[in-house]
Design a protein around this ligand. Sequence first.
Ligand code: LLP
Length: 420
Amino acid sequence: TMTAFHFLDQILYVEDVPIRDIVAQVGTPVYIYSAQQILENFHQFDQAFQSIPHLTCYAVKANSNLSLLALLAQAGAGVDIGSGGELYRALKAGIAPEKITYSGVGKTEQELVEALQAGVQRINIESSQEFELICKIARELNTPVYLSPRINPDIDAQTHPYIVTGLKENKFGMSVEQARTLCRHARECSGVHITGVSMHIGSQMTLLAPLIEATEVLASFIQELRQDGFQIETIDLGGGLGIRYHQETAPTPEEYGSALLPILQPLRCRVIVEPGRAIVGNAGILVMKVLYTKQNASKYFTIVDAAMTDCIRPALYHAYHEVLPVHQTHDASVPMVTADIVGQVCESADFFGKNRQLPQPQPGDLLALFTAGAYGFSMASHYNSRPNAAEVLVHKGDFRIVRQRETYADLIRGEDIHLL
Ligand code: LLP
């Protein structure tokens, strides 16, 4: 499928802007995002549920840049947050508190207080101890709270084991049985209302069957709760829709919606969806510069000025991301090589691609790591004391730095030298 990133006369563009123009001004490594692509993805997703009351709550963890959040807020999105820090960002970016959904297995008391004080109205709850704590906070703050137990339906999302979250051996959510007990208990807790049911069974899902099955589990639990007298108003399906990185085929948002609507419609609930990757994944690239090439024994290496600290997905999940030269060559005298594209960090897991066929790169050449908009910058670290990359947002033929490249001074902020 076409994205906002495209080659024209062998030169890579984002929307109407040549990548090299951005690099000339901002340097490398740099994350580049297309606003147009983000908006298109969001509208596609949102439209898939247009026939029923719904709110698309973009999952902030996929990419939490303030400008991206503000762009999505302007388009009408809500957000799914997973921490106090994400709440802080969402509020800074202008997301209305009533459009925020709070998920996560380990919310602290302080984080819960912050969320309730900010006016967050949907909290997905993952354990009975968390529930007790929320009851206590609700009493102390004298605020009503609206909760949706997160159901772990014990259904295999059939994705990478690190991002499967809906099996009973995973730490997430609770069984229907446990949720039933919790809901009955909630009746005795004044100010605390069970108004929804939620789930999130995995990420980068390319099959709809597990999602359909899990949604059916939630639907029948909702019917049961209603028979018990609970006023259930929302069903939160979580996120998890996969995208195409390489050769996989993922359902479109429309196919995803169509598959679930028949289960959702009769419930007359407001539907919450929490897509992250499907909104920003294909809307971002990481551009890096070739530093060196070398050959060890029988293997070629291309060493770039980025690293696993900028994008950990290949190292952590063996994720495949396309890597292509920003400027393709017409020159037939440039030989093709099969090389590992590796980063600057002292770890053998620090690679972007293994055994990739590409025209022999030269020092100074630019390479683009594609489909890097989701879980790229948001998972960056400072290992090897590497300042984080700059982030650029492109829109309508123009671009802005939306996060400055970090400096060495940023790296030591908050540190003091004490010799006791
Ligand atoms: N809602 C909840 C409660 C979540 O935990 C997540 C992601 C989402 C929504 C959004 O899921 P998405 O639509 O993006 O699949 N770092 C991994 C992905 C971890 C996903 C964690 N939870 C990766 O790079 O593949």
